[in-house]
Design a protein around this ligand. Structure first.
Ligand code: FS2
Ligand code: SF4
Length: 542
């Protein structure tokens, strides 16, 4: 196996024996083969018109299939074997569409023709089509940068899709991007595609924002309880708000409480969810602490998406997955318009109530609509100098010790700085007492990683209010923490909006070759991080 798609890639170069995430050689290879098959679908679909009838099944398969390969989403080898075979059926449908719409490709690469009819050949085939099959390291780097951006798009598009918000133009782009990685494109052409991926990321995050807010209302300032009650509970994690809705509805009146974990925390900010009395609050911290927190929660846990870590035996029988998430030997709730969570609810009734690990409250809910309500106050604070800088610290959390940097950085920021955050990166500092500036909290949490879209909207609004030509003239510093591919699309989205001088940490991606990293540094001023003291001088005091 070879995988270098996340920030924890072994030795900063790539996992070759077993993933730091727990992905083994077989699963890594099956994921590579699935991606190969999906590229084949892209080859047929890239020129099929967006309004072609009959494309939805193919589009959704591509979105869903790619999503399963994102870091920490799915570790179930049977799922990948099934998806690889299903990909051949969808590729057949794609070929028919291409024929029907006069969009047949002139060349058919291996991914468009290879047939997965013998399971015993999957691993040998996978070994030929993985990341390292592109020999030139710069082309490999650019291709994978596009692919990882598309993985982020797939995750967000899938969430929007299940809420009934679909954009065939985004699907068309995904097919085009996947197909492009099979072609002999120059580094310049691929760099152009990287930016196009970013602008499609903006479109997808906007689509998901619309899907979430039209279904559940606009997030609003909320105090979230981080303590526990005495009833049995279900802990829900991941990013899928539709699952959240179904779970809350189905648990109502059962005597079972619901708590969020990690990236599901922002569900607490939505009016449609706040109305449920048995929705208690948030339990625990970000994804990588789940081994301890799932153990002490005592009740069943529903993983709706990433990030899953290999479950410990002490709680494995209490874990359920659904949607694109999966793990060998863990119970899976099948997809349907209205998922049936009764098994988890019955399970919860037999469990002890959660063990208290914290008490108190945290505050969040500062997505774009809520911040716009405070716009006058914010603008006045900037004009008067009460707010000197905004520091965007969105992104992901992770296991590495070096991420303590973000706690220290937040803690040491001058008191006239306001942090804008989204994603699970916030757990490094959301329990610090950072105070407020004239009633505006110094930590504004917009929501999940996809709600980084809100942070971009806030920046664009400020640019308009202050009548600036360039978004980079704003007093905003970007110090983003990344871990997996959704952070890659957030980064590319910001680049496509013209944001420069983003700092990315705790380390730069292993998949950036030195030359590609240089292009990003020269063209966009991307930089890494150093020590808190040094970065305070260069990012904040400068
Ligand atoms: Fe955090 Fe993990 Fe949100 Fe990422 S829960 S690192 O996949 O998507 O952010
Ligand atoms: Fe390694 Fe990350 Fe790939 Fe897992 S997802 S195998 S940790 S690079």
């Amino acid at each position: 196996m070879f995988c270098f798609q996340c920030q924890e890639a072994a030795k900063g170069t790539g996992c070759t024996v077993r993933g730091v995430c727990g992905k083994d050689d077989e699963i890594a290879k099956l994921q590579d083969l699935l991606m190969h098959m999906i590229k084949g679908i892209g080859v047929y679909m890239e020129n099929v018109p967006a309004d072609a009838s009959g494309r939805e099944k193919v589009d959704y398969f591509t979105i869903y299939g790619i999503f399963t390969t994102i870091t920490n989403a799915n570790f179930d080898r049977q799922v990948f074997k099934r998806l690889i075979k299903e990909a051949a059926e969808k590729r057949e449908m794609a070929a028919k569409l291409a024929e029907q719409y006069n969009a047949m490709p002139t060349e058919l690469p291996d991914c468009a023709t290879w047939q997965p009819d013998d399971e015993s050949k999957f691993l040998a085939k996978a070994a030929l089509v993985g990341v390292l099959s592109t020999e030139n390291e710069d082309i490999r780097s650019l291709r994978e940068l596009v692919i990882y951006g598309v993985k982020g798009i797939a995750a967000y598009a899938q969430h929007a899709w299940v809420l009934g918000h679909k954009d065939p133009e985004i699907s068309k782009f995904m097919h085009k991007a996947m197909a492009a990685t099979t072609k002999d494109l120059s580094a310049d052409e691929l760099t152009g595609l990287v930016l196009e991926t970013g602008s499609n990321g903006v479109k997808t995050m906007a689509l998901l924002d619309k899907a979430n807010t039209s279904a559940y209302g606009n997030p609003e300032i909320t105090k979230v309880n981080i303590g526990v009650r005495n009833n049995p509970g279900i802990l829900i994690s991941g990013h899928d708000l539709k699952d959240m809705e179904e779970l809350l509805k189905q648990t109502e009146g059962t005597g079972v409480d619901v708590y969020t974990h990690s990236e599901m925390l922002p569900a607490n900010y939505y009016p449609a969810f706040k109305k449920y009395d048995h929705f208690v609050g948030n339990y625990g911290n970000s994804w990588w602490k789940q081994d301890k927190e799932f153990a002490s929660f005592n009740g069943p846990i529903l993983m709706t998406t990433n990030c899953i870590t290999p479950p410990k035996d002490s709680y494995k029988d209490r874990v359920y997955t659904t949607g694109a998430a999966g793990f060998d030997g863990v119970k899976h709730i099948e997809d349907s318009a209205h998922k049936d969570f009764s098994a988890i609810i019955e399970h919860a009734k037999k469990c002890d109530s959660p063990e208290e690990i914290e008490t108190g409250e945290i505050v969040g809910g500062f997505a774009h609509h809520q911040v716009m309500q405070l716009a006058d106050k914010v603008v006045d604070a900037v004009k008067s100098g009460a707010i000197n800088k905004f520091v965007v610290m969105a992104g992901c959390d992770g296991r590495m010790k070096s991420r303590n940097y973000y706690t220290d950085f937040a803690d040491q920021l001058p008191e006239d700085n306001v942090i804008l955050t989204a994603g699970c990166a916030k757990y490094r500092y959301n329990k610090l007492d950072l105070g407020d500036i004239g009633g505006i909290p110094r930590l504004l949490d917009a929501g999940q990683c996809n709600d980084s879209y809100s942070l971009a909207m806030i920046a664009l609004k400020l640019k308009e209010v202050f009548e600036l030509e360039d978004i980079n003239e704003l007093p905003i510093v970007y110090n983003i923490a990344w871990y997996e591919q959704k952070a890659v699309i957030v980064l590319l989205a910001l680049l496509s909006l013209g944001v420069k001088n983003i700092h990315l940490g705790p380390t730069l991606p292993a998949f950036l070759s030195p030359n590609v990293a240089n292009v990003l540094i020269e063209k966009f001023g991307i930089g890494g991080i150093s020590t808190v003291e040094e970065d305070m001088k260069t990012m904040i005091s400068a």
